[in-house]
Design a protein around this ligand. Structure first.
Ligand SMILES: [Zn+2]
Length: 259
């Protein structure tokens, strides 16, 4: 049941009658660079597609997808739009407060972006204190756990395959430059090895900075997007839709905390 496509009366009846009356799914994305070859909306497009596949299997309440997330680090790439941690905290708190008012006590967040995790977990802790549960599903991490061959990083093959399953026209494969090199903007003694991270004597140290300082691309990897195929994406997103549908049944049985 999509909130946006139904009247308040239909939603009201659903909340009285559905076996899933105290549950809702909210997808959260991010509008940010994923490299020269991928759309800025990657992190919302993939969760949206998973929701579309889930809708054929479960009648859970689906709130409209929040396209924006917290992505201050990618602001150097045109088109990137960030709510910041504070903005996302406010927006997600307001959304969950509204749903709480209508009886939702089990929130499933289908997340498309790593930078949103801290905020979602913090809002989840607040909901737990109010007698609710929030389950955070970081689709790309779980997909990599379910099938290690799918595991991928920012703008790599996993996300590229996911977008191919949404619409291959959104991908410009000829824009992928190989090899992808991260610049050692902190000096060669502290080589960049991923978002924020530099390597030092076998350890990983985080030095927060905007990503355009060490990438002229926005694809951070480590995996190469050239490996992606539409078939991979289709199988992966279908698997995620089945996985979340099964999770909903298990989560439905979970006892609520005492506020
Ligand atoms: Zn992404």
């Amino acid at each position: 049941m999509r909130i946006a496509q139904n009247s308040w009366l239909r939603v009201s009846n659903y909340l009285k009658e559905s076996p899933y009356h105290d549950m809702a799914v909210i997808a959260i994305g991010s509008i940010e660079s994923h490299g020269r070859h991928m759309p800025l909306g990657t992190d919302m497009l993939i969760p949206d597609k998973i929701l579309e596949l889930m809708e054929q299997k479960t009648d859970i309440l689906i709130a409209p997808t929040l396209p924006y997330g917290a992505t201050d680090q990618l602001m150097g790439f045109p088109g990137t739009i960030s709510l910041g941690l504070d903005g996302l905290t406010l927006v997600l708190t307001r959304i969950t407060d509204a749903l709480y008012r209508y009886g939702i006590r089990k929130f499933i967040i289908l997340n498309g972006h790593g930078g949103n995790i801290k905020t979602i977990e913090s809002v989840g802790l607040g909901l737990h204190k109010k007698g609710s549960l929030l389950a955070l599903i970081n689709w790309w991490l779980i997909a990599g756990e379910l099938n290690p061959a799918w595991k991928g990083g920012h703008g790599g093959a996993e996300e590229t395959a996911g977008v191919m399953a949404v619409n291959p026209d959104y991908i410009d494969m000829d824009q992928i430059t190989q090899p992808q090199l991260l610049k050692n903007d902190i000096g060669d003694a502290l080589p960049t090895i991923g978002f924020n991270n530099v390597a030092f004597k076998g350890g990983t140290i985080s030095i927060p900075r905007e990503a355009h300082n060490y990438s002229d691309n926005g694809w951070i990897g480590p995996d190469a997007p050239t490996q992606a195929t539409k078939e991979w994406g289709q199988e992966m997103l279908a698997t995620m839709a089945d996985y979340i549908t099964d999770f909903i049944e298990a989560f439905k049985q979970a006892p609520l905390p005492t506020p």
